[in-house]
Design a protein around this ligand. Structure first.
Ligand code: FAD
Ligand code: UDP
Length: 370
């Protein structure tokens, strides 16, 4: 008899398994339908011996010291600040849009003080910023919106930015200075030996058992357990009884090239051309030295594994209907990006899982007395 069955060995499931076993001494079984742990953050050595991310580039960044302290029990870190270039009008320019982006694209030599009014002269007034189009056109105007955001978003999401909540493109800021980092968080680093190694250490507790290649449906009635943590898609848990919640998928094409370096930074975005959205070159993230280099091309798709909840009001309304069912389930907790239908980064999922643990711990009391 397990105290807990945990569905999903990604950040949400692994953090909770680790906390329940190490802090409450409970017996935990973690199952994942995939043949590995780590969820979407899984990384592995490819045939050439290069460390790649199976599900696209995962860059760790956070402002929460508490989350860094928690994960640092299971990994050391390699400092890494993410930089991205976009192929626009045949040029590779920095994204987020900054002073250098504008000066290079338009052959100008504006100063930071001059750039703010330059943007203001182009920005379109939008009475209420609701959509992902509103966010960008109200900041930098329609021309830059079309060059950098419209095409990329249409590819990535299969819909126009005007149909998506503002939170999607609001993830990418606009800057009037020359800061060309993708993120400005206080902590930015990669797990020194990779994500999978970090997950192995998290799950290496005598009270945790892990079963990969195990589908929840196939084990739920045959493995006795007292409580359940579910980190898969919330609609699937309820057999999609209100209809399917939309998730966006991707097809990842991994390839190794016989050159030491393919592109100047880890990620190059293609907002105007190509069927793929971006190319990742992992050596920039990992610092690995090798005569060859491995790349991933991301082709967005409607079909396939669910990777992204799609932020739009009608999807949120459907999620809320499932959430009401979830709240009524006894002894079941729904955690993670798929089960709470939130476009969360890794650090936010770790924070959500740690908060869930605190709630569980308070609700159940000490295992010996409760
Ligand atoms: P997941 O990692 O999705 O884990 C859920 C697990 O549950 C999966 O392994 C799945 O196989 C398993 N599962 C589901 N249903 C079942 C079932 N019925 N039976 C058994 N197992 C099941 N975040 C960042 O912070 N930085 C980044 O740079 C970044 N880049 C990203 C790039 C891409 C392409 C994607 C898709 C995401 C990116 N993220 C990034 C987000 C990050 O992947 C997530 O925040 C995080 O992995 C979510 O963890 P999770 O445990 O909630 O879900
Ligand atoms: N985006 C864009 N052009 C870019 C980069 C981002 O249009 O060059 C938009 C796009 O809609 C994307 C969103 O901004 O889905 C968020 O970008 P982010 O890089 O955070 O996406 P993720 O890494 O989560 O896929």
């Amino acid at each position: 008899m397990y105290d807990w069955l945990i569905v999903g060995a990604g950040f949400a499931g692994s953090v909770l398994a680790e906390r329940l076993a190490s802090q409450r001494g409970e017996r935990v079984l973690v199952v994942d339908r995939r043949n590995h742990i780590g969820g979407n953050a899984y990384d592995r050595l490819d045939e050439a011996g290069l460390l790649i991310h199976q599900y696209g580039p995962h860059i760790f960044h956070t402002n929460a010291d508490m989350i860094v302290a928690y994960l640092s029990q299971f990994t050391t870190w390699r400092p890494y600040e993410h930089r991205v270039l976009a192929m626009v009008d045949g040029m590779l320019v920095p994204i987020p849009i900054n002073l250098d982006t504008i000066n290079r694209l338009y052959g100008l030599s504006l100063t930071p003080e001059e750039l703010a009014p330059w943007f203001a002269a182009r920005a379109e007034p939008v009475p209420e910023i609701r959509t992902s189009e509103d966010v960008v056109v109200s900041t930098v105007g329609r021309e830059l919106y079309e060059k950098f955001f419209r095409g990329y978003t249409r590819k990535q999401w299969g819909m126009d930015p005007s149909e998506l909540d503002r939170q999607v493109t609001a993830r990418v800021p606009t800057r009037t200075n020359r800061d060309d980092r993708y993120f400005t968080d206080t902590f930015q680093a990669m797990p020194a030996e990779g994500y999978t190694r970090m997950f192995e250490r998290m799950l290496a507790h005598p009270k945790i058992h892990v079963m990969t290649n195990a589908e929840f449906r196939d084990v739920r009635d045959v493995i006795p357990h007292r409580r359940l943590i579910y980190t898969g898609p919330i609609d699937a848990y309820f057999d999609c009884r209100f209809g399917r919640l939309p998730y966006r998928s991707l097809r990842f094409v991994h390839t190794t090239r016989d050159v030491a370096r393919h592109q100047p930074v880890a990620v190059v975005n293609y907002p105007q051309t190509e069927a793929y959205t971006r190319i990742t070159e992992y050596k920039h993230l990992t610092g690995q030295e090798h005569a060859k280099t491995s790349l991933t091309f991301e082709y967005p798709s409607a079909e396939g594994d669910p990777y992204y909840p799609i932020p739009r009001p009608e999807n949120q309304a459907l999620f809320k209907r499932y959430e009401r069912l979830a709240l009524a389930e006894r002894n079941v907790w729904f955690v993670g990006r798929l089960a709470t239908y939130r476009y969360y980064n890794m650090d936010q999922i770790v924070g959500q899982a740690l908060a869930t643990f605190r709630r569980i711990d308070a609700q159940l009391g000490h295992p010996a007395s409760g």
